[in-house]
Structure formats: structure tokens, C-alpha cells
Design a protein around this ligand. Sequence first.
Ligand SMILES: NC(=O)c1ccc[n+]([C@@H]2O[C@H](COP(=O)([O-])OP(=O)(O)OC[C@H]3O[C@@H](n4cnc5c(N)ncnc54)[C@H](OP(=O)(O)O)[C@@H]3O)[C@@H](O)[C@H]2O)c1
Length: 268
Amino acid sequence: MNNSVGFIGTGNMGGALAKAAARAVASEALFVADKFADKAEALAAELGCKAVAAEEIAKNCDFIVLGVKPQMLAALLQELKPVLNARTDEFTLVSMAAGVAMADIQKMVGAEYPVIRIMPNTPVAVGQGMVLYDHTDNVSEEALAAFCEFMGYAGRLDPLPEKLIDAGSAVSGCGPAFACLFMEALADGGVACGLPRAKAMEYAAQMLLGTAALALESGQHPGQMKDAVCSPGGSTIAGVRALEQGGFRAAAMNAVEEAYYRTLELGK
Ligand SMILES: NC(=O)c1ccc[n+]([C@@H]2O[C@H](COP(=O)([O-])OP(=O)(O)OC[C@H]3O[C@@H](n4cnc5c(N)ncnc54)[C@H](OP(=O)(O)O)[C@@H]3O)[C@@H](O)[C@H]2O)c1
């Protein structure tokens, strides 16, 4: 693609997304910046791109990806505002800040620049993320297509109205922590049955990966997939009953709802 993309804030999420984007964006069109220049330079060396000052990205890039923590965003945009306001060409701001609305970003920069809001999750680091996104009406079709091209390497992209992003995030953004708890608990069960820890972890992780892939690829309902593994009077249905006795489904539903309410609280 021909567009230039700059990442400001190369921490966990910004860094992971920059790595994904590097697969679509030519190295001379990819830029990274961080408060800690060393951090940006190490990432730039890994990706074969350039580490620059945040102002340079704000001045020149077609896509300016904001990867700082939500509480740092206002200060960063205050700093970049004069540089952005001096531009006469078209550019798009991409924000990953949890709980910050697109209208808030526009207020922070004092102009209605095109904004794409994304909600990624940690598996973007291995190209298996879930990236929810919405955009302001003034994002051009070309810009959206270019965004989908470079963000596509982070995983699965799904357009979602902004009012649902917090709900989506409670499943896909917070979900890796819930899935990890399940994964660890399954491995603990394996160890209790005599498996070495490393093997139990590997089996649990690959089983979750494979089951998710099967659900997505086949389009089967999880209930149907569960039924297919449960033979009458067999061992799997005995395990299913144990999970039901432990209130597993209610616990998982409550986890998502609690995470959602907490996001709403933090956004106030
Ligand atoms: N992690 C997740 O699972 C996840 C999921 C969805 C969305 N997000 C969003 O992703 C964003 C980043 O989160 P994170 O977990 O990646 O945080 P992080 O690891 O702390 O990364 C933020 C980076 O930005 C740098 N930074 C701060 N102010 C800066 C400035 N003015 N100019 C340039 N760089 C600056 C930070 O440097 P310092 O360390 O020196 O402050 C840090 O390296 C947040 O908005 C978060 O809501 C994260």
C-alpha cells in the first residue's frame, strides 16, 4: 500500500499493532515514536523502519495511530494539536484508547479530523487478534480500505457501532484473561490426573485454539459441538456436569457483564 503509517506509543498494544502493520506497509512508509526513544528505536530496528519524534508522525503520516494510555491521550494531543492544525492534506487519526469516544478525540484536537476507533486484544501480537472498529463519517472509502489492509494482519476485523464497542470489548478485549484462567484451570486438572505441567498446558492451549478455529470455520453452534463430543454415559458428559455444578456458565456470563459495567464506570 502507498499510505504512510505512524505509531505514537509503542508499548504492548501499539508495538504489537506496528508489527502487524509492518507486513503491509513498506518500511520507508512506517514510523514509530515513543516517549522512551530507546523503545521506539529497538522496535524500528526489528521492523526495519524509522523511529522519529511524535511531531514528525503528526506532521507527515497519512495514518496517525495513537497507542498511549487513555489518561495520557489528552496531553499528547494537546502537544500535537498545532502540528495537526497546520496540515492542509488529508490524514486519519486511529485511536485504540479504551473508553475514549471519537468525539472526545476530535474535541482534544479542536477539529473534526477523520477518526477511526479500534478495540484490539492481546492476540494481535501473533496475528490472531480481534479488532473491533468504528469511524467518523468523514473517513474516506480509500482511507478505510487502506486501514483494513494494514490492520488486517493483526487478526480478524469487525466494524461495530461505537455504542457497542464497550460491550464487544468485554468479550474480546477482556476475554483473553478469562480464557487464560480456563486454560490454566484445565492444565491444573491435567496435573492432578498425573500429567507433567508442560504437557498439560500445551494440550489445554492447543485444544482451546483448535476448538475456536473449528467453531469459526464450521459456523457450528458451540452447543452442537459439545453434543458431538459427549457420548451417552461417557466421560465428557460427566465433566460437563461437573462444570454445570460449579456454575461455570453463570460465572462466565457474570465475568463479561462485570467487565462491561466496570468499563462504563471507568469511562465516566
Ligand atoms: N493492552 C491491551 O490489552 C489493550 C487492549 C485494547 C486497547 N488497549 C489500548 O492500547 C493503548 C496502549 O495500551 P498499552 O497496554 O499498550 O500501554 P503501554 O504498554 O503503557 O504503552 C503505551 C506507550 O506509550 C508511551 N507514551 C506515553 N506518552 C507518550 C507520548 N506523549 N509520546 C509518545 N509515547 C508516549 C508509553 O511510554 P511510558 O511507558 O514512558 O509512559 C508507552 O511506551 C491504551 O489506550 C489502551 O487502552 C490496550
